[in-house]
Every structure is written in C-alpha cells, then in structure tokens.
Ligand binder design. Structure first.
Ligand code: SF4
Length: 412
C-alpha cells in the first residue's frame, strides 16, 4: 500500500504482525476499533466487524470477558475480514481461552492482571503461538502500587513504568512481540506519556485518548492528542474511543490518517467554503447533501462546494472537481476550469456523476467532452451579474466604515 503525501517524520520501531497486518517498522499506520456487541453473539459481532472494516478499520478488538465470549471468538475469528484482538481485563484464564480461540493479538491491562506468574504464563503461550500482545496501560486503572509511588497521581512516568514492569515480566520468558499504549482521558497527560514512552522503548505504539466521550467534543479530544503525536512521528496504530457507534470511530481514524497524508485517500475529501453574505445557496445544506450522496463510495478525489461563483472557482482551483452557485445555477469546475452549467437542484447529482467519470477516465477525458469556453462565458456572466447586484463589498463594510467616520467627526 502506498502512503499519502505526508512529509511527517516517522519514529523507527520494531514491527509486530497482528495476523496479516504489520504494525510498526515503517508499515502504514493502522486504524483500530472495538465492537460493542456481546462477543458471544457471533452473528451480531461479525456484522459489526464487517461494518467497521468497511468504514476503515484494519484491526478490530472484541472483549473476552467470559467463557462464552471466548467460544464466540472461536467462531468469529475464521470468518472475520480483519485480524481480531481479544481484550483481556482481569482474568488471565480468559487470555489463554482467547488464544485457544485463535485470536491474532491480546490486549492486557497491566493494572488488572498483576500476578507475575499469570502474566508470564500468558506471555509464554503467546510466544509459543507467535501471537503479539498489546500492553494497554490505562491512566484510570493504573497499578495501585505505582499510583502510591507517584504520590497518588497518575503521571507520565508512572504510566511508562507500568509498561516497563510488564515488559520485564515478558522478558523473563524471552517474549518481546509487543506493542504498547499509555492512554489517558487527559490529552496533555497522554501526550506526555507517549512522548516519554517513545524515548524509552522501540516497540510500536498504539495511540488513543481513552474515554474521550461523545462527538463532537470526544472527536476533538482524541484528534488533539493523536494528531499532535502523529505529527511528531509517534504512533503506529490508532483508535478513537468515542461514546458513539464504533463505525464513527473507524471512519474518524481513517480520516485522520488521510488528512495527515499518512494513508492514501480512499473516499472524497470534501472542501466547502464557510459561506458568507455573498452565498447564493445554503452552503451547509448542499455540503451535507454532497457528503451523503458520496457516502462511503471509493472515489479518492477532492470535491469542492462553494457558495458563489464570484470567489468559489478561484478559491477552490486545486480541487479535482467543484461546484459554485450563481444566479440560480450551478457552475461546475474541474481543476479550476469551468466545464458545465446546471440547474441549482441538479448540483449535487452532477457533482457525483462527474466525480465518478473523472475517477474512472481522468481529468483530461472529462474536460474533452464539453465546451469549456462556453461554460466559462456563462460563469463570467453570472459572476458579473452578482458583482453588479451586490458589488465587491457584499458585507457593506465600506458603508459601515463611512458611518464610523461620520460618528467620529460628530462634535456632540
Ligand atoms: S465562496 Fe463566495 S459564498 Fe463562499 S465564502 Fe467565499 S465569497 Fe462567501
């Protein structure tokens, strides 16, 4: 798989394989999410795994909290389109059962399984089977001894020490096939913890802001934390922990990596103007309609929705395709060149048709089938009309400035 156009640095790490998906060691950064079904519900869980994979998840985690869940995993794993990680919290026996079920990776929380013998038994079994483990340190469930050691506070140092202690147990059985996370719900804390961890180990890192909450605040928190680290080259696999349909998590993860140029684009990149007094259409509504019309279609183009033909085509000239409104008409442009004029209510459908054509046949073939000179003339006509109607100063700023001057000159 090719990467996007990122010039961001990447921290050098060792690589682990989660089933057929490489994590770390220069592999493309992967997206993870977690099912919220009962793992014992095999059909329901598989349905969700398929939905997550379609939305961009490369790896999916399922809880393995009881024996019925482990039995479910034995049936889910062979039918899953992506590798499965079993989430183990308290019972090391569940880890062994998940391995028996054939999962591709375990996630252990060192704050919850603390008996060294149990930890080593799991690591030994993973080693024998060639299955990696994620050490999932969580600020909210830190080992009480570490919590006390660091003055009753969760600190980056305490979180990293927790991971190191777990690694030390693994090393005793010569097991090192490990990726690590140090998640916290506080964004500054998780950023510092990951930075410290990245300076301490060369294992691949799984990023996340835990319990980020519902969107939009949850999305902002998780993005602030993960994007900051990714921009520094830290992070090999990511998960949005949102209080929302997990499909949103997978989609957000995929989009974040695309936005940063760390994964190649899969779907459209919709850009739209914020609208202003000059807008000739309901930009928010049309942009929403366009998002819905494109849905999850795999058309990796930049598509622009602009509120007016006065500034739209110029401002979005780099978009592969765009539409700008003017005089009850939609002016379609491709790479800044006007190509067609359509009725306002056909703007979105035309945008989709053209995007599909360009994706299949390329920009040149799309332009070759129309009279661009005519489209440009029509656009110029509407542009001139709007300028004549509303002038250059659509927000009446000059008029206001004049009034301010008048008031200022007023001797009263
Ligand atoms: S494209 Fe037109 S409507 Fe949109 S913000 Fe710019 S001037 Fe305003």
């Amino acid at each position: 798989m090719e990467l996007g156009e990122s010039s961001l640095p990447r921290r050098v790490t060792r690589q682990v394989m989660v089933g057929s998906v490489p994590v770390g060691g220069g592999a493309p950064i992967t997206v993870q999410s977690m099912t919220i079904t009962k793992t014992a519900d095999v059909e329901g869980t598989l349905q969700q795994i398929y939905a997550l994979a379609a939305a961009g998840a490369d790896i999916v985690r399922c809880t393995c909290n009881e024996i019925e869940a482990a039995e479910g995993l034995a049936r889910i794993v062979p039918r899953s389109p992506v590798p499965i990680v079993a989430d183990i919290h308290h019972q090391y026996r569940m880890a062994l059962a998940a391995l028996e079920a054939g999962v591709h990776c375990l996630r252990l929380n060192p704050g919850n399984i603390r008996k060294p013998d149990h930890i080593k038994a799991v690591a030994q079994e993973c080693k024998d089977r060639g299955i990696p483990i994620r050490i999932g340190v969580n600020g909210g469930s830190l080992d009480p001894a570490l919590y006390a050691k660091y003055g009753g506070k969760v600190t980056p140092e305490a979180m990293v020490e927790s991971a190191e202690m777990e690694l030390a147990h693994f090393h005793e059985v010569d097991f090192d096939d490990v990726k690590i996370s140090v998640k916290a719900s506080s964004v500054p804390l998780m950023i510092e913890a990951y930075r410290l961890l990245a300076d301490t180990v060369d294992h691949p890192l799984h990023l996340g802001v835990t319990e980020a909450g519902p969107p939009p605040a949850g999305l902002l928190k998780a993005t602030a934390g993960m994007a900051t680290l990714l921009a520094e080259g830290i992070g090999d696999t990511i998960r949005y922990s949102l209080t929302a349909d997990p499909v949103e998590e997978a989609r957000a993860g995929r989009q974040l990596l695309e936005i940063l140029g760390l994964r190649e684009r899969k779907n459209i990149d919709l850009i739209a103007c914020p609208s202003c007094g000059r807008a000739e259409i309901d930009v928010i509504g049309v942009a929403k309609q366009a998002m819905e019309a494109f849905g999850d279609r795999e058309i990796p183009l930049q598509v622009a929705v602009m509120g007016c033909v006065v500034n739209g085509p110029g401002e979005a000239r780099d978009a592969d395709i765009g539409i700008a409104a003017g005089n009850k008409r939609g002016h379609l442009f491709v790479k800044g060149r006007n190509v067609a004029v359509v009725p306002e209510d056909a703007m979105v459908s035309t945008l989709v048709e053209w995007a599909e054509f360009i994706h299949e046949h390329g920009v040149d073939a799309a332009i070759a089938r129309v009279d661009t000179a005519k489209a440009a003339r029509e656009a110029e006509k509407d542009r001139a009309l709007l300028l004549a109607e509303k002038g250059d100063d659509v927000n009446h700023s000059e008029q206001r400035v004049e009034l301010i001057h008048k008031r200022g000159d007023d001797p009263r």
